[in-house]
Design a protein around this ligand. Structure first.
Ligand SMILES: [Zn+2]
Ligand SMILES: [Zn+2]
Length: 208
């Protein structure tokens, strides 16, 4: 993944839920939330959508259908824009304390899993951040046909053509232009050779 996240402005996002009751229910029990109910920012949350929790054999399975609104700039014209990133989390969060015995649960050795803390709080912030990073568009645009700036004079091409687009000849066309000029210079000579040849033929024809 080579997404350049430096152009993105991440505001820290915190959303958490106490899953103690869910963990005491049978495996397969579910909860469904609007993320704004769980987000610190409430209704002002930059993340919107639904969160589904399921009591799994090992912990809590988290599935989300979220949209994360992020501040960024258009990759062509550098205008500030909002970028909506779809965040579909599918992760099993593991408990760090057993809900029934109160004893610590051994965390997996690779440390790759998301953990529910000792107070049975499941924090979604880090998972949202990681999934958002993976889903960021490589080149966000203010609109699909944004023309950006002229690399030559810096004019905003969304406001119309700049003067360079008419004056400057693309170097790739320069050779073609030169070729176009050559035949017109060579033409008189060519024509004279052809005339000479024809004369010869005529001469031979007359002789025969
Ligand atoms: Zn743009
Ligand atoms: Zn220009």
């Amino acid at each position: 993944m080579t997404t350049d996240s430096s152009t993105y402005n991440f505001r820290p996002f915190h959303a958490s839920v106490n899953v103690a009751t869910l963990l005491k229910e049978p495996v397969g029990a579910t909860r469904d939330y609007d993320i704004r109910e769980l987000a610190e920012e409430g209704d002002a949350s930059p993340v919107t959508g639904r969160v589904g929790l399921t009591h799994s054999a090992r912990g809590v399975l988290v599935r989300t259908d979220l949209v994360h609104r992020i501040d960024t700039v258009c990759s062509r014209c550098v205008k500030p824009i909002d970028c909506d990133v779809t965040v579909k989390i599918d992760e099993e969060f593991l408990p760090s304390i057993d809900i029934n015995s109160g004893l610590p649960v051994k965390a997996p050795r690779d440390g790759s899993s998301f953990l529910i803390d000792a107070n049975h709080i499941l924090d979604l912030g880090e998972a949202v951040r990681q999934y958002t990073m993976l889903a960021l568009p490589m080149k966000p645009l203010c609109r699909p046909d944004c023309a950006g700036y002229c690399p030559n004079c810096g004019a905003d091409l969304n406001q119309g053509k700049c003067e360079c687009s008419e004056k400057t000849i693309d170097p790739r066309w320069a050779k073609l232009m030169a070729l176009k000029r050559k035949p017109s210079l060579a033409a008189p000579r060519k024509r004279s050779t052809t005339t000479g040849g024809r004369k010869k033929t005529n001469g031979t024809a007359t002789k025969a």
